[in-house]
Design a protein around this ligand. Structure first.
Ligand SMILES: NC(=O)c1ccc[n+]([C@@H]2O[C@H](COP(=O)([O-])OP(=O)(O)OC[C@H]3O[C@@H](n4cnc5c(N)ncnc54)[C@H](OP(=O)(O)O)[C@@H]3O)[C@@H](O)[C@H]2O)c1
Length: 195
């Protein structure tokens, strides 16, 4: 399984920190090109591979850490999304419910990536907490995972566990997944699961 993070800002950099800590190789891309990510990669280690957007989109699993409306530009950068898993780590700051036409934001994102399987996760914590070692107080920080596709949800829950978090599956994005959407009761919640 190959991974990429699109976005090298607050969330992208926090996720890169976790991939590096866990020894999992990941490509990372933004709008400005790989040179702009070189210093971060040097600091974090060889697991972090700066890439062009074109190159990063070749990964099996593409993690979206871009402003919500930028997901369409990422989607248009590849002609065929079939077989890929796209992880929605975005939140809908500044996006009205009308703009989402009453749909779950991840369902809106899914319609921009035909053929891909969407998983919502890695969005629930503030970036600074997302970057911290998930091992805390003898337990592990909880990370919620939601998808309409059970196999994709399981594969990303496994990755989330490998990154050091304690994954908790929420099921479909318009049901359990709504709990980690904007305004949901689980967003910004920092739970530690023992054992
Ligand atoms: N900040 C938080 O605490 C937090 C927590 C949870 C979730 N979120 C969500 O995570 C997402 C990212 O937030 P952030 O705070 O990390 O934002 P940010 O610091 O502004 O970083 C956004 C990144 O996206 C890249 N980007 C924008 N459009 C792109 C495109 N078309 N193609 C490739 N890369 C593109 C930017 O590239 P350049 O660097 O080249 O400009 C930048 O690296 C948002 O949806 C936000 O709602 C944020």
């Amino acid at each position: 399984m190959t991974y990429s993070i699109i976005g090298s800002g607050n969330v992208g950099a926090s996720l890169a920190t976790q991939f590096a800590r866990s020894g999992i190789t990941v490509k990372i891309a933004n709008t400005r090109g790989p040179e702009s990510i070189a210093a971060m990669a040097e600091e974090l280690g060889s697991e972090i591979v700066p890439a062009t957007l074109h190159d990063a989109l070749k990964a099996d699993v593409v993690i979206l850490a871009v402003p919500f409306r930028a997901h369409t530009a990422v989607a248009h950068a590849l002609t065929n999304w079939s077989g890929k898993v796209v992880v929605d780590a975005m939140n809908t700051y500044g996006v009205s419910p009308e703009e989402l036409e009453g749909r779950a934001s991840t369902d809106v994102v899914a319609s921009a990536f035909p053929g891909a399987k969407l998983v919502k996760t890695l969005n629930q914590l503030p970036a600074k907490l997302l970057a911290k070692d998930p091992a805390e107080s003898g337990g592990r920080r909880v990370m919620f995972v939601s998808s309409n596709d059970q196999a994709a949800e399981a594969s990303i829950a496994k990755l989330v566990g490998e990154l050091g978090f304690s994954p908790v599956s929420l099921g479909r994005v318009n049901e359990g997944g709504a709990l980690i959407g904007m305004g949901g009761p689980l967003i910004l919640q920092n739970f530690i699961k023992q054992g």
